[in-house]
Design a protein around this ligand. Sequence first.
Ligand SMILES: Nc1nc2c(ncn2[C@@H]2O[C@H](COP(=O)(O)OP(=O)(O)OP(=O)(O)O)[C@@H](O)[C@H]2O)c(=O)[nH]1
Ligand SMILES: [Mg+2]
Length: 456
Amino acid sequence: MIPSTDRTIAAIASPPGSGCRGVIRLSGPEAVSVVQTVFDVRLPTSGLPRRVSGRIRVDELDGDLPAAVQVWPGTRSYTGQPSAEIHTIGAPSLLEILLDALYRRGAVPAERGEFTLRAFLAGRIDLLQAEAVLGIIDAADHEELQQALTQFGGGLTQRIRELRHDLIAMLGDLEAGLDFAEEDIEFLSAESMLDRLSGIRAALAGLLRDAEVRLPSGYHPRVVLAGLPNAGKSTLFNRLAGRELAIASDQAGTTRDYLSCLVSVGSRTVELVDTAGTADAGDAMTRAARDLSEQQTAGADLVLWCRSAGMSREECDRDAAGLEAIERRGTAVLRVGTRIDRRTRPADRLPEADVSVCARTGEGIADLRKGIAAALSGSRSVRQQLLATTAVRCRDSLRRAHDAVMSADQSVRQEAGEEITAVELREALHELKIVCGETWTDDILDHIFSHFCIGK
Ligand SMILES: Nc1nc2c(ncn2[C@@H]2O[C@H](COP(=O)(O)OP(=O)(O)OP(=O)(O)O)[C@@H](O)[C@H]2O)c(=O)[nH]1
Ligand SMILES: [Mg+2]
C-alpha cells in the first residue's frame, strides 16, 4: 500500500552518528506549523523558500538550542508539498529527543524512502531518477556515483523521452493514414517507416544490452593475476594490496587456492585475485588448483598475465599457450612483465609485455595501476548507462518494447497492414511508460522505495 501523502512525516535526514550538524526533515501539510511549535522565530507560511535562524525550545530539554530552519511553505520543494528542515547540533540523542517532540506535536515517522516517494508521486522526479537517488546514496566508488548522478540528471529519461516521441510521431502518421484509408493517399511510405523503426530499434537494443549485462550494485571489477608458476603473481598481489596476504616462495606451485582482496586503482575499487600458476595437470591437487584458477580467469573482467624475465625457451612456449587459451575466450588481458630485476645482462631479452614491473622494488607499479584503470574503462562494468536497480526493474519492459518494434518492422515488410503496425507501436510505447514509471503498481513502488533509508 502506498502511504497517504496527507500525513506530515518527519525523520532524521543526516547520517547516523554524531556530526557538526544534524538535520530533521519534515514534509506534509502541517510541516511548517509543527516546526513552529518548537521554534521561537516566526516562520513564513506562504511565499518562497526561506531560511530562518532562531532557537529550538522543547520541554524535554533544559535550555534551548541554536538552529536554522529551512522552510518551503508551498509546493516548490523536493516533495512538491510544504516542507521544512531543522538544522541543529548533530548529537544523536538530541536529535532523537527533538524528533520525539515533533511526533507528539502532530508529525508521524517517515517510512523508508518516503520523501523521495512523495517527490515521485508529485511528479518532481520520475522513477528512473528516484532509483538514481538510491544509487547516489549507495555508490561504492566514484564511478558508481558518477553513473547515478548522470541518471539523476535525467540523461536516461531524456533518451527514453526521445524514443517515445519518435514512436508517438510515427503512430500519429500511421493513424492519420488509417483515417484516409479509403482515399488513395500514402501518408508514410514503407521505406520511411522501416527507416524510422530501425533507428528506434537500435536505440532500444543498446539500452537492453545494458540492462542485461548490468551487474549488481556494489560489484567491483575482478582483476585476476594469472601466469606460469613462479611468475611472481603472489608477490605482485601483495605489492598491489599493500599487505603480505599471499605466501610467495621460489617453490613452483606455492599458491593452490585463490585469494582475493579489494584494491583501489585510480578512481575505482577492484577485486584483485591471485591464482595458482598454470601448470600441466599432474596429481589431483595440481588439477584441482588448475581448475580453480581457470574458473577465476573465466570470470575475470581483466586478466593480468604475468610473464617473468629470464624464462627458458620451453617456459616461453608454455607461457604463450597459456595466454592464448585465455585470449581465445575473449577475456581482456594486460600482459605484465615481472621480476624485471632478474635480467642479469642488459642484453637479456625481456618478455613481450604491456607493462613491466618489479614487485620487489615497486618499479613500474604506478604504471601498472594506470594500465589496469585504462583497460577497465572500456569494460562491461563501466560502460553501462543503467543503474542496477533500474536495470532489474526495466529489463523485461525493454525487451518487450524491443520485440514490439521488431514485430512492427516485420509487419511493414510483410505488408500486414497499418493497423497491425500501430498495435505493435502502441505496445512499445506502453512498455516505455513502465520504464519511466508512468505506469506502475504498488508492488513496484514498494520494491524500489523499501531499499531506501529512512529520511531520504
Ligand atoms: N628478483 C625478483 N624476484 C621476485 C620478484 N617477484 C617475485 N619474486 C620471487 O619469485 C619467486 C616466485 O614468486 P611468487 O610470487 O611466489 O610467484 P607465483 O607466481 O605466485 O608462484 P606460484 O604461486 O607458485 O604460481 C619468489 O621467490 C619471489 O620472491 C621480483 O620482482 N624480483
Ligand atoms: Mg603464488
